[in-house]
Design a protein around this ligand. Structure first.
Ligand code: BTN
Length: 266
């Protein structure tokens, strides 16, 4: 797999020198964190054929069966205050839409904040983890973890995901070039990294265009309870601006948002 990816990866992409490809790991994000703590450089890329403990947001598992998806993590050392990286997940999501579109001609939608979707099914997700120096507020490193379902048919997913998850093969009806997609993902993240701090407005405009949550009826699940509303906008830092049924408008920064019409929510 490593040689196939390298043969498809732009020769000018310097991250090719710090590419690690594994057969099976617990989680590429966990492994990336270990490598980052040992000093691995900016642009270290980890890809696994399978994960035994693939992780998603909100402590969820990410189904990571052997040879069926791309399970990738990238270590970034942006060298800036952590507060300037609030849009990182949005930037990575847009980059992944570019990578999928370049490889398959299909551009997924984004369900706020980190899900790639097609036809109301989840194609993949992004888990961003940040290590911050508490004294200075500087970001020591960021890990961007991405999982994309590639070759599955519906029956390949665990029973509880069969109505919720989809794959690029299901979406396109064609075989998926996994090494080509992996190379496109690395290139898209490399490009995103170069624009991350200087082209924030353009990145967020593109994110809004891809975000299928906007304009939809949603349910926000927060510690205080469940609230219904309509998704109005995305804030510059990636928050979801919601008009709630009680007439208030608030920006939601975290938590779970269900979108009517998606993942079986009616
Ligand atoms: C989500 O759906 O909430 C995010 C899923 C992120 C999954 C990827 S797979 C590669 C990397 N390693 C992990 O353990 N998680 C991310």
């Amino acid at each position: 797999m490593k040689n196939q990816i390298l043969s498809k990866l732009n020769a000018a992409c310097s991250w090719r020198d710090t590419l690690h490809v594994y057969d099976t790991v617990d989680s590429t994000n966990t492994r990336a964190k270990e490598l980052a703590k040992q000093g691995a450089p900016h642009g270290t890329v980890l890809i696994a054929n399978a994960q035994t403990g693939g992780r998603g947001r909100m402590g969820r598992r990410f189904d990571s069966q052997a040879g069926m998806g791309i399970y990738m993590s990238v270590i970034l050392r942006p060298g800036c205050q952590a507060e300037r990286l609030m849009h990182l997940t949005c930037a990575a999501a847009g980059a992944m839409c570019d990578a999928v579109e370049n490889t398959t001609d299909l551009r997924p939608g984004i369900k706020w904040i980190n899900d790639l979707v097609w036809d109301s099914r989840k194609l993949g997700g992004i888990l961003t983890e940040l290590s911050v120096d508490p004294g200075t507020g500087l970001a020591e490193f960021a890990i961007i973890g991405i999982g994309i379902n590639c070759t599955h048919s519906q029956e390949d997913f665990p029973a509880q995901l069969q109505q919720l998850a989809g794959s690029l093969a299901m979406a396109t009806g064609k075989p998926v070039d996994r090494s080509g997609l992996a190379a496109a993902m690395i290139e898209a993240l490399y490009d995103m990294d170069r624009r991350l701090l200087t082209q924030k407005d353009a990145i967020m405009e593109r994110y809004k265009a891809d975000c299928i949550t906007l304009g939809r009826d949603i349910t926000v699940h927060q510690a205080e309870g469940i609230r219904h509303g309509k998704a109005l906008d995305i804030s510059p830092d990636g928050g979801l601006v919601v008009s709630f049924a009680d007439g208030s408008t608030e920006t939601v920064q975290s938590g779970e948002v269900s979108v009517r019409g998606l993942y079986g929510y009616v």
